[in-house]
Each structure stands twice: as structure tokens, then as C-alpha cells.
Write a protein that binds this ligand. Structure first.
Ligand code: FAD
Ligand code: PYC
Length: 416
């Protein structure tokens, strides 16, 4: 490990860190690749990493219209959990959680996974029934989750107000393996590791068109930095998936909504876990910097605006003040938004498309950060082998035609 004195660190900061080696090359587009990934978020960068590391595809590039991690990967509230209801989802999200547990070692990059526990509150009889059903289903699938009484919930999270409140807390589900990770580090860690395997990471390169050959298969992309030939394209463009897929003539059942979050001024460590209340429409955790990270639901209307309505965050803050009266005098520092892509059943699509050579990873809506390593892993498999991994086989586009929906609206939680 390289060591720096305080003086040399100060010197480097004042000179713009020019002597520090970049973590990945500033690659320029080559005329052709074996596979292209559109979208430099965690899912796209991760897919490129697994294509190179597990499928030995060395001529791979990630095309990102802005900077890597500048989309939802760098805008989310970093909650990780795998407590989804259906068997298909449990397999997918727990595959991801198991990969999270070793990701820092695999990438040799600290993604700051903190398994501090995610608690979901029940405030009425319906909540109790739904949440207990999730607990039982998770345990049947080998996914940890447990039911706590209101008093046990308060013991686990002392600032929680359980009684003197409009919607008293009747109990909670606790997934102890759930928690948070540092979102930017996930993008940077995958980027550095993929780059080391020869993947070109090309920022400021917007895809503006997808060319198809006489048989309809993909043959090239048009970008703001020229035309690039390829027989395989993986789209991981989150809120802009519909826009990119339209370039290939594919229409998906997706709607794009703004989702926002906000942080408070930093305070000492007072909040030990992640708490979510679907009924009161708020969730909260404390970052390592000390800020309280607070989130709410999506706006009620579709839009590509990267910010949410003020009334949504005001509503979330009212809920936080009732649930955690100790935070009533905290000041909020900043808020921001991202564009999330929702499917009708609130489960993702990770699949081949009707266009040969075109693959899509989308529909993560408000909850794809937690899935990043698992999603990227099975997406790379699908692209490399032109067939789904058993874990993503149910997450097709055709399920919306055939009726095999995986309805996770309840597990998708507060933000939906
Ligand atoms: P992104 O990180 O959005 O990457 C897609 C990239 O594609 C972008 O960088 C974009 O610039 C690029 N792109 C788009 N069009 C083009 C083009 N034409 N050419 C080239 N590049 C293009 N999930 C959780 O699990 N837990 C949470 O706590 C959580 N909180 C959230 C809070 C907020 C406020 C938001 C907005 C989302 C939250 N999510 C959460 C959801 C999560 O952030 C996303 O599902 C996940 O990050 C999606 O990752 P991605 O790599 O697919 O997309
Ligand atoms: O999926 O857990 C989640 C989540 C929390 C906030 C936004 N999404």
C-alpha cells in the first residue's frame, strides 16, 4: 500500500492530484468490438467486467453519454436487501447479495458494504399480514428475514417512536444481511477492474442510433464520437432505456418517473440501521459522513426531469419527524433526483430481445442498486451465450404478453 504524509497529500490536493495514476484509461472508440454495453452505470460496467473476467470477451467497450456513475448509480440511497416475495426474485436478489458479500475482494476495491440490517415497519393489520407473508416466503427460500415486535424493533433502532404517532408501529421485518454500500465505489471499482482486463470505458459518448443488417441483426451503433461496429449490444440505460431501444425499433412496457432523495446536515453516529415505512412513505439511514439519507416515492407523473416535486419530499420529512422525533430540528442540506424505469409488475427485464444481437437490462425502477452485481453477472452470461442464465430466465419481455408476471410492487417498497 502506498503511504502519503499529510504534507504530500495537501500538495497533491492543491495541484489537482495530477501525479496520481488514473484508475482507468481514457479510452477512445475503436472501429469495432465483440460486444458493446450502452450505459456506464453499475449494471453496465459490471456486465462488461463479467464479460471479460468470466466469458473471456476481451474486445468489449462501455459507452456512457456522460460520466460513469452519473446516472442512478450515483444518485441512489444505497439500500441493499433481498427480501422480495416470489421465488424468482428471491433467487435474483439473493444472488446479488451473495456477490455483494465478496465484491470488495473480487474487485480489490472497497465498496464499503455495511450489513447493518434493513427494517421494514408495519403500521396496520394489512401491513402485518403482508410483511409476515414476506418473512415466511423469504425463509422458505433460504433468505434471512425475521419478524420483530414493536418493542424489539425499537431496541434494534432506539430513535424509533413506536406509540405516540398517527400510525403506531405494530412490528417490523428485519433482514440482518441487508444494509448499504457506497454507490460511487461500485461504479469505480467495476470500471477499474474491467479496464484492467482490457475493456474500453468511453465517457462522453452518447449512442444516437442502432444500425441493423439485412437480416435485422445489430451491426453497429452511431455515437457522438462516430460509428462503432459490433455483433452484440447490451443496453443498461435505466431511465433512458425506452429512448435507446426505440433506436432499434423495440418498444418495451416501461414508464420513466423522477425519483428523489435528500440528505440532512451531518451529525454524530446515532442511527444504527436502515428503516423503511411503506405506509408512511419514507425511509432513512445514516451515511458514513453522518448525513441522514432520506427518501420518498416517485412523482405521480412520467417525466425526464432529474428532480422530484417538493410536496413529495415534504411528505417524507413529515413521516420522518413522526417516526424519529429526535430529528425534528435537523436541517436538510440538499436533494436530487434520478429517472427510474418502471415495468407493470415492478420486476426487471434481463433478456434477449426480438432483435438478434440486442440484449436489455432494465425495469429496475426504484430498486436496482441492490441488484447490481447479480444483475450484471447474469446479463453478461446472457450476452455471451445468447441465452439466459437460469436466474434471469423468468425475467423476459414476453412475460408481459404471456401473463407470467412477477408482481413485486409490495417488496419494491416505499419508493413505488
Ligand atoms: P444508471 O446508473 O442510471 O446507468 C445508466 C447509464 O446509461 C447512465 O449513466 C446514462 O447516462 C447512460 N445512458 C443513457 N442513455 C445513453 C445513451 N444514449 N448513450 C450512452 N449512455 C447512455 N435502488 C436500490 O436498490 N436501493 C436504493 O436505496 C435505491 N435508491 C434510489 C434512490 C433514488 C433517488 C434513485 C433515483 C434510484 C434509487 N434506486 C435504488 C434505484 C437504482 O439507483 C437504480 O435501479 C440503479 O442504480 C440502476 O443502475 P443502472 O446501472 O441500470 O443505471
Ligand atoms: O429498493 O430498497 C429499495 C429502495 C429504497 C429506496 C429506494 N429504493
Amino acid at each position: 500500500m502506498q503511504r502519503f504524509s499529510a504534507l504530500s497529500l495537501l500538495g497533491r490536493a492543491l495541484t489537482g492530484h495530477r501525479s496520481w495514476a488514473p484508475q482507468w484509461r481514457r479510452a477512445s472508440p475503436q472501429p469495432a468490438y465483440d460486444a458493446l454495453i450502452i450505459g456506464g452505470g453499475g449494471h453496465g460496467l459490471g456486465a462488461a467486467f463479467y464479460l471479460a473476467s468470466e466469458h473471456r470477451l476481451s474486445r468489449v467497450a462501455v459507452l456512457e453519454k456522460g460520466w460513469i456513475g452519473g446516472g442512478n448509480t450515483g444518485r441512489n440511497t444505497t439500500i441493499i436487501r433481498s427480501n422480495y416475495l416470489f421465488d424468482e426474485s428471491a433467487a435474483l436478489y439473493d444472488h446479488a447479495l451473495k456477490l455483494w458479500e465478496h465484491l470488495s475482494q473480487v474487485l480489490n476495491y472497497n465498496v464499503m458494504l455495511s450489513q447493518r440490517g434493513v427494517m421494514m415497519l408495519a403500521h396496520n393489520l394489512h401491513d402485518v399480514q403482508v410483511i409476515k407473508r414476506h418473512v415466511h416466503a423469504n425463509r422458505a427460500n433460504g433468505v434471512d428475514n425475521e419478524w420483530l415486535s414493536a418493542e424489539q424493533a425499537q431496541q434494534f433502532c432506539p430513535p424509533l417512536n413506536i406509540a405516540d404517532i398517527r400510525y403506531p408501529v405494530l412490528g417490523a421485518a428485519l433482514q440482518r444481511r441487508g444494509g448499504t454500500a457506497r454507490h460511487d465505489a461500485v461504479a469505480w471499482g467495476y470500471a477499474r477492474a474491467a479496464d484492467a482486463l482490457g475493456v474500453d470505458i468511453i465517457e462522453n459518448c452518447e449512442v444516437t442510433g442502432i444500425r441493423r443488417d439485412a437480416h435485422g441483426a445489430v451491426e453497429a451503433v452511431e455515437t457522438t464520437r462516430g460509428v462503432i461496429r459490433t455483433p452484440k449490444i447490451g443496453v443498461a440505460a435505466a431511465g433512458h432505456t425506452s429512448v435507446v431501444m426505440k433506436m432499434a425499433g423495440v418498444r418495451l412496457p416501461l414508464e420513466s418517473y423522477p425519483l428523489q432523495a435528500l440528505v440532512s446536515e451531518p451529525v454524530k453516529p446515532v442511527f444504527p440501521c436502515v428503516v423503511m415505512s411503506n405506509t408512511m412513505h419514507a425511509y432513512i439511514s445514516q451515511s458514513d459522513k453522518g448525513e441522514l439519507v432520506i427518501g420518498a416515492g416517485t412523482d405521480a407523473y412520467t417525466s425526464y426531469t432529474q428532480r422530484g416535486g417538493l410536496h413529495i419530499s415534504a411528505h417524507a420529512l413529515e413521516a420522518v419527524c413522526e417516526l424519529f422525533p429526535i430529528f425534528r430540528r435537523l436541517r436538510m442540506l440538499r436533494n436530487w433526483g434520478g429517472i427510474v424505469d418502471l415495468t407493470p409488475d415492478r420486476s426487471p427485464i434481463i433478456a434477449r430481445t426480438p432483435v438478434p444481437g440486442l440484449y436489455v437490462n432494465c425495469g429496475w425502477g426504484t430498486g436496482g442498486f441492490k441488484a447490481t452485481p447479480g444483475s450484471a453477472h447474469v446479463f453478461a452470461w446472457t450476452i455471451a451465450r445468447d441465452e439466459p442464465h437460469p436466474i434471469n430466465a423468468p425475467f423476459t419481455i414476453e412475460r408481459f404478453r404471456d401473463g407470467y408476471l412477477i408482481d413485486e410492487a409490495a417488496a419494491a417498497a416505499v419508493a413505488h
